[in-house]
Design a binder for this molecule. Structure first.
Ligand code: EPZ
Length: 419
């Protein structure tokens, strides 16, 4: 068991540089499987989920070689199977985009199971419906997803919900199909835009970047390119909240401020001073207790569900009441019970949490249930009086590159321990 020991009560001060985005990296890694050549990716985050993703790609035939810090050459000349055995590996949700990519490259794909954070039922019906319209037949046998298509047929697809994973899969499956595909009600997340930018650079013809309607003119082949993965907007948001909750003063670098306007505006409402220094640098300081606030999570450009749990920690210490509505995943308030063990006053059901702000949180032994819940507990512990033990930090390390070191260099008293 790995854990963090945190002595709370130190305002964070200094600079933090965020890494490349986990949720952009995995779809782009999938996209390299469409290319017959050697792609170079830079700003790849150093995370457990990415290591697992590399293993899955290697099982399909990819050769992956690091050539600088956070930079990899991905040789996809010998992709020979779509049967991606995941035995011996932890299950990750990011593997979902291997479906669209390997279907397009090999014509069939079998993925034993999809994992990821237990934050809701997370079905893949929207993926499968869309892929069916592109000509794929799907079956699920003992939990393994199997897809097969003689040929990908361009199609006009409407998504019942702007699912991030389904949008990525349909882009990947259709960009080398013959003819024109339209995806309506597509996800607009910046990570989808990064995937489209990568593909267009490689020769794809995808129009409507960042909008709800994507038009894709199939091209015969894609060529290898070099691409820098976009900054992680969820890490950036988490560090902004870390500054606010500890009444600190942090400058966060290597960001793209356009990607998280909803978080910037909400933090200003809580009383934080947020200064966009350049589009790639932001300073967040807080001089008093945050004020209570209201948020409702929504697909981009709405308030991101991945920042909801960190905001719950901030709400716990607010002056006044906060109301947080979760509209994306139905099981994201589990962290409330751990925050309550630290002295928070949160009542919640599946979709809504009401938080009566308290003046102090107190150190406790708490258990991480999922990635963003873990970030929330770290933030609460940084602001709490006394010592906290955060157990099960493996989940945090799936999505935050060197979180403990980043925080420690800004004044946090945090130690990582492995039993
Ligand atoms: C991606 O998950 C991210 N994961 C999530 O980040 C992120 O919270 C989410 O997008 C929204 O931005 C990865 O990229 C690996 P969805 P994904 O499909 O693709 C329902 C993190 O902490 N739905 O947009 O699974 C689904 O159940 C993670 O980094 C269907 O009903 O998100 C959910 O309620 C957590 N049927 C909602 O849509 C489907 O076929 C949104 O899911 C697909 C989704």
């Amino acid at each position: 068991m790995k854990k963090y020991i945190i002595q709370g009560g130190h305002p964070l001060k200094g600079n933090i540089s965020v890494s490349g985005s986990k949720n952009a990296t995995m779809p782009i890694l999938s996209a390299t499987l469409l290319i017959d050549g050697i792609t170079r990716l830079t700003n790849v985050p150093d995370l457990g989920d990415i290591d697992i993703f590399f293993e899955l790609m290697k099982r399909a035939g990819a050769i992956i070689t690091p050539y600088e810090k956070n930079a990899f050459e991905i040789d996809t000349r010998n992709i020979h199977t779509g049967d991606v055995d995941d035995s011996g590996l932890e299950k990750i949700r990011g593997s979902q985009t291997l479906l669209g990519a390997l279907l397009a490259r090999i014509g069939k794909v079998t993925l034993p199971s999809l994992g990821g954070c237990q934050i809701g039922a997370r079905p893949i019906d929207i993926h499968l419906n869309g892929l069916k319209q592109l000509g794929a037949e799907s079956s699920i046998i003992k939990g393994a997803v199997h897809l097969e298509a003689q040929k990908i047929n361009a199609s006009h697809i409407y998504l019942d919900y702007p699912s991030f994973g389904a949008t990525a899969n349909l882009i990947l499956a259709s960009c080398t199909a013959q003819g024109n595909t339209i995806i309506e009600n597509a996800a607009q997340e910046p990570e989808i835009a990064d995937l489209v930018n990568f593909l267009n650079k490689s020769g794809a013809k995808i129009y409507g970047i960042g909008s709800k309607t994507l038009r894709i003119t199939g091209v015969e082949r894609l060529r290898p390119v070099t691409h820098r993965i976009m900054p992680d907007r969820i890490q950036a948001s988490t560090y902004m909240i870390a500054s606010a909750i500890t009444q600190g003063d942090l400058t966060i670098e290597n960001i793209s401020a356009n990607d998280f306007s909803s978080v910037i505006f909400k933090l200003r409402e809580t009383g934080a001073e947020v200064q966009i220094m350049n589009m790639d640098k932001i300073r967040v300081s807080m001089r008093q207790r945050p004020m209570g606030f209201k948020i409702k999570t929504m697909p981009f450009p709405g308030f991101p569900t991945d920042v909801q749990s960190p905001m719950l920690a901030l709400a716990s210490l607010a002056d006044g009441m906060s109301v947080i509505m979760e509209s994306v995943f139905e099981n994201r308030f589990q962290v409330a019970q751990e925050l309550n063990r630290m002295g928070a006053k949160i009542v919640y059901n599946e979709r809504m949490a009401t938080v009566i702000g308290v003046e102090n949180l107190y150190g406790a032994v708490v258990q991480v249930q999922n990635l963003r819940a873990g970030a929330s507990l770290v933030l609460a512990a940084l602001a709490a009086q006394g010592e906290s033990e955060i157990l099960g930090i493996e989940a945090i390390e799936r999505g935050y590159d060197n979180l403990d070191k980043q925080l420690a260099q800004c004044g946090a008293e945090i130690t990582r321990m492995e039993d």
